[in-house]
Design a protein around this ligand. Structure first.
Ligand SMILES: *Cc1c(COP(=O)(O)O)cnc(C)c1O
Length: 500
């Protein structure tokens, strides 16, 4: 399998090269050059397999330059019992006869990004070896919360790699900050940046763009790389859990051979739902993909009108991992739906860059409406949904998942479609405990309590155990206290890599 850029101005590359490069050098995203199809027989033959073995079947179709042994080794390292606290890795919970929840947060950091970031480091180090890379890989991350911790956990102690995470000093929650500054591992570093997420992000981008500094690193056998969600190595592992969810339902007799289901996906950068789109194209029996947004509803408007318009106010919501106005991975969908037309992609992305908006043609807009449905949920709807779901099913959802649930309710009201539906649950309720406790127990229950105390409150109320990754965070030693300005970030990297 080879990969091509959505902008059409870079040659075809192997999977290893695509994963090592991350972004294509012409500014596009790498996509597979041909379609992968699973027949019904092949699908059914996978029903008896473990999550790990299902993942191997999917990955080997896309990573043709990796051997099955290599893929199996990566999968074993990533989805082990030591890393995931559910034997099924990504278990499916039944709420009622037509509604299920796919829990994607049983990994070390309690959010769905672990599903990809636990395996990416292993795919990346093998990619480096395959492409003759002699330098150590240095991952630089700017994070608004979830990604930084998930990347730290994924890369910690992976030979041949270093990871440096920058987070905005005032821009992350107490739990998120403690998760990062107590990070263990012999190749990790965490640095606070004075400013907001944009300052940290801008600083990281300018380090990547600094030719002299990159040369200096190269002379010392370091090569910068990124682990962000446009890397194919982050997208492809996410296809596996859509297959796995369907196969679980099939194995339990919840769906019959060939029966279609819907997936609801709480969406930000369009990575998670794009993986569901690939699964559908590969022959997984999927009816609709329901794209759930919060009040930053750029994608809902796009799916409904064909116009992408980011020129609007950025809103801070209680589902912060979906607070995004540029959904980078959408470019891959547009490329496929336009019949692999790089001229069109350059035109639309150029327009987005210049004017903040673009409008796709009928040929792309029509299939979008056939495959996708979208709506959004406000913060108050989200809180009301958490409470209602807890009362009705005794199930506790986090805020992002509740956005999905609310949008699904609207979908059923508007379309009457009773197709069995799986909601992708993207975070543990413990990770966003303040909003969850407030929703279930009311405003008074959170007054005067910090997030660590609220973990206990939620554990008692939900009769669930606090996940290992969030337990005793205040008792762990703080290992990273460095705070720098945006201008000092390059020097911070130099100190960490070249002077220690
Ligand atoms: C990252 C994230 C999302 C958004 O996923 P995308 O792939 O960016 O669409 C949703 N929920 C949670 C909890 C996340 O961490």
């Amino acid at each position: 399998m080879l990969y091509e850029s959505t902008r059409g101005q870079y040659g075809r590359v192997s999977a290893a090269e695509a994963i090592k490069l991350g972004l294509a050098p012409d500014g596009g995203l790498f996509v597979p050059c041909r379609d992968v199809i699973f027949t019904e027989e092949r699908l059914i033959s996978m029903a008896g397999l473990s999550y790990q073995d299902r993942a191997i079947r999917i990955l080997e179709e896309y990573l043709g330059d990796y051997t099955r042994e290599e893929i199996a080794a990566c999968v074993k390292l990533a989805y082990s019992a030591e890393k995931f606290d559910a034997p099924a890795t990504a278990p499916v919970r039944k709420l009622d006869d037509s509604l299920y929840v796919l829990e994607l947060w049983h990994g070390p950091t309690c959010a769905f990004k672990d599903m990809a970031l636990q395996i990416l480091p292993h795919l990346l180090t093998r990619a480096a070896a395959k492409t003759g890379e002699k330098s150590s890989i240095v991952i630089l991350v700017a994070t608004s919360g979830d990604t930084g911790k998930a990347a730290l956990e994924g890369f910690k102690d992976v030979p041949g790699t270093r990871i440096i995470v920058f987070y905005p000093e005032q821009g992350v929650s107490e739990v998120q900050k403690l998760q990062m500054i107590t990070q263990e591992g012999n190749n990790v570093a965490v640095v606070a940046v004075r400013g907001n997420f944009d300052d940290a992000q801008t600083g990281v981008k300018s380090i990547f763009a600094d030719k002299d500094f990159n040369q200096e690193l190269q002379n010392n056998n370091y090569r910068l790389s990124s682990a962000n969600s446009i890397n194919w190595g982050r997208l492809v592992p996410q296809i596996s859990y859509y297959f796995s969810a369907y196969l679980d339902l099939l194995a339990k007799g919840e769906v019959n051979r060939g029966e279609k289901i819907n997936f609801v996906v709480p969406t930000g950068n369009f990575g998670n739902i794009l993986a569901a789109y690939y699964a559908r194209e590969m022959g997984l029996p999927v009816n609709k993909l329901i794209c759930a947004a919060n009040s930053n509803n750029v994608l809902t408007d796009f799916i409904r009108t064909g116009v992408y318009d980011r020129t609007r106010r950025f809103l801070k919501t209680i589902s912060p991992s979906m607070d995004i106005l540029i959904s980078s991975n959408l470019e891959r969908l547009l490329y496929h739906l336009s019949g692999r037309n790089p001229e069109k992609i350059r035109q639309w992305m150029g327009s987005l860059n210049k004017t903040g908006q673009y409008q796709v043609d009928e040929t792309v807009y029509k299939p979008i409406g056939r495959i996708f449905w979208s709506d959004f949920a406000s913060d108050s709807d989200t809180l009301a949904t958490i409470k209602a779901v807890h009362q009705r099913y005794g199930y506790v959802m986090d805020t992002h998942t509740a956005v999905g649930m609310r949008v699904y309710e609207r979908y059923r009201e508007e379309t009457g479609d009773g197709t069995k539906t799986v909601i992708a649950s993207t975070a543990s309720p413990f990770k966003f405990n303040e909003s969850v406790v407030k929703a279930i127990l009311g405003e008074d229950a959170v007054k005067g309590k910090n997030e660590l105390e609220l973990l206990e409150v939620l554990a008692v109320k939900s009769r669930l155990e606090i996940p290992a990754g969030l337990r005793n965070l205040d008792q762990k030693p703080v290992l990273f206290k460095n705070v720098v300005s945006k201008e000092e970030m390059t020097e911070a990297v130099r100190n960490l890599l070249l002077k220690s």
